[in-house]
Design a protein around this ligand. Structure first.
Ligand code: AMP
Ligand code: MG
Length: 524
């Protein structure tokens, strides 16, 4: 059946880059290729649970269009005129080189031009590929709901991200051991159709560099620049363009981390195969949202010991990953200093931009005046008083900032400590507040204007882990209403939406140690 994807097919990646000559869909090492052909498996009883109207609109497609797409969005049918494929890449996992990884459970089902933009469509969880390394290539409902909702929520928060078009239940069961503790269970299978201008990762370059395959490394880099960084110069493929490319990836990555820090997002698995060269958030696994402020927090139980990917370490890890990308590109640049200079600037730029971002969250726009100690103290106090990151900044966006009693109410409203514990912190907060209100008065801004601006920086609603878990619990029982409620809520995370105030609340006590809420693993 013809559908909007088939009608708009325009293949770049698969046409311009080398394809694996072996067409057998079995796990193996793949060399000399950027991708391998792989067909999705047929689900037994597929059902579309949700579609992103927002993304459809951006693609200038009507909701009716999607009704003809169950086949292709569930993997039951191929998009006519397109041969599905899985991409080859490598990566460092938790700091160690892991060799070939690749799309073990993602299959590209279309490259299409829609509303003036070329998009790649990818089914996550549609069966094994040559990169599955013996695993099943499937995904379960819980992780698919999490990826689906969060991709679209991040976009509405203004955070660069891959998108999600649809959430499909396959009707098949998938066995998973959630906490890897010898308790496998059968869970419902699902597929998310992810969408992005490109799914190329740092690891896409690393795999060729590791294999000393400079020819394909260059092909992939030239392709990436031609299609995604064409402003760097259409034709000139030389050292200078490559360095400019690396500099831009570095800047985009820095921007991305600033956004994550601003909204309190912890990716959870910042391996180099999960880093997009477009600077998008990619591969939603055991991610989480800060509730009580804690730079040491990570939702990923697989990383509980070292906490490599903790909230406060995301910028350091981004830099570490950029060093790996720089190493991978080195054979095409052959000069250490300019690469090093770009990497060295990252740290300084990040600390300046981070301070600016935090000052903006506080409604302070004359960044130069803001003392570093003032920001450090805030972080220290937020941690000690176990303050909910989202609620604190949103409440602050509603306050005059001149009256300590009003401020203390904000602290009370956002802290997870009880009143007796909290009262011990009154002195430190008083000191901090005195500096804050002085800074605010120096700004000389109309309070109403400042509040409006602050609310554009500080979201009221984020996809707290327990919220996603409630939607998952319902969906596992066949009720999908909450998926839509959260989807709709998170389309406008900066709006008051007073009738939705129940989602503007601290994490409930029951969620503090519940699997799926505070504890997540890579099993999905
Ligand atoms: P992730 O942590 O989700 O980024 O996955 C790391 C690597 O494992 C990627 O190459 C995935 O494609 C692969 N992978 C994860 N889960 C599965 C699965 N169920 N079947 C096959 N490959 C998988
Ligand atoms: Mg991944």
């Amino acid at each position: 059946m013809s559908n909007f994807l088939a009608k708009n097919i325009n293949i770049h990646f698969a046409k311009e880059l080398p394809r694996d000559v072996n067409t057998k869909n079995i796990s193996r090492q793949v060399s000399d290729a950027c991708y391998s052909l792989a067909d999705p498996i047929k689900p037994s009883n597929p059902e579309i649970l949700h579609v992103s109207d927002l993304l459809l609109k951006e693609m200038d497609q009507s909701k009716d269009e999607i009704k003809t797409c169950l086949g292709v969005l569930s993997g039951a049918e191929n998009v006519s005129g397109f041969e599905p494929y899985a991409m080859c890449y490598g990566g460092h996992q938790f700091g160690n080189w892991a060799g070939q990884l690749g799309d073990g459970r993602a299959i590209n089902i279309a490259e299409a031009d829609l509303n003036g933009k070329n998009w790649k469509f990818q089914l996550k969880g549609a069966g094994p590929t040559p990169y599955s390394r013996g695993s099943d290539g499937l995904a379960v409902l819980r992780s698919s709901i999490r990826e689906y909702l969060c991709s679209e929520a991040m976009h509405s928060l203004g955070v660069p991200t891959t998108r999600a078009l649809s959430l499909v239940k396959t009707g098949d069961l998938v066995t998973r051991d959630i906490l890897y503790n010898g308790n496998p269970k059968k869970e419902q299978g699902a597929i998310v159709c992810r969408v992005s201008p490109s799914f190329i990762r740092f690891g896409s370059f690393q795999i060729f560099a590791a294999r000393k395959d400079n020819e394909n490394l260059k092909k992939l880099l030239d392709y990436t620049i031609k299609h995604h960084f064409s402003h760097l110069g259409e034709e000139a493929r030389n050292k200078e363009t490559y360095l400019n490319f690396f500099e831009e990836v570095t800047n985009r990555t820095l921007e991305l981390i600033l956004h994550w820090q601003r909204v309190g997002f912890v990716h959870g698995v910042m391996n180099t195969d999960n880093m997009s060269v477009l600077g998008l958030t990619i591969d939603y696994g055991p991610y989480g949202w800060l509730e009580d402020y804690n730079p040491y927090w990570t939702p990923n139980t697989t990383d509980a010991e070292n906490k490599r990917y903790r909230f406060g370490n995301q910028a350091n890890i981004a830099l570490w990953n950029l060093v790996q990308l720089g190493n991978a590109l080195f054979p095409l640049i052959n000069e250490v200093e300019p690469l090093q200079k770009i990497l060295e600037d990252f740290r300084d730029t990040f600390s300046i931009e981070y301070k600016k971002m935090m000052a903006k969250k506080l409604g302070l726009y004359q960044f130069g005046n803001v003392n570093q100690d003032f920001i450090d103290d805030l972080e220290d106090h937020l941690t000690r008083s176990e303050i909910d990151y989202t609620i604190f900044f949103r409440e602050l966006s509603n306050s005059k900032g001149t009256d300590f009693e009003e401020f203390w109410n904000t602290i009370k409203k956002s802290s997870y400590l009880n009143e007796q514990e909290l009262v011990l912190h009154i002195e430190m907060w008083t000191k901090w507040f005195n500096v804050y209100s002085k800074y605010l008065s120096d700004e000389n801004l109309d309070a109403g204007d400042r509040m409006t601006k602050m609310k554009e920086t500080n979201p009221k609603y984020v996809l707290r882990n327990y919220m996603a878990q409630l939607a998952i619990d319902d969906a596992e029982k066949g009720n999908y209403g909450l998926i839509d409620e959260l989807y709709q809520l998170l389309l406008k995370p900066y709006d008051e939406q007073q009738d939705m105030d129940k989602w503007y609340a601290k994490r409930p006590e029951w969620a503090k140690h519940k699997v799926g809420c505070s504890m997540l693993s890579c099993s999905s």
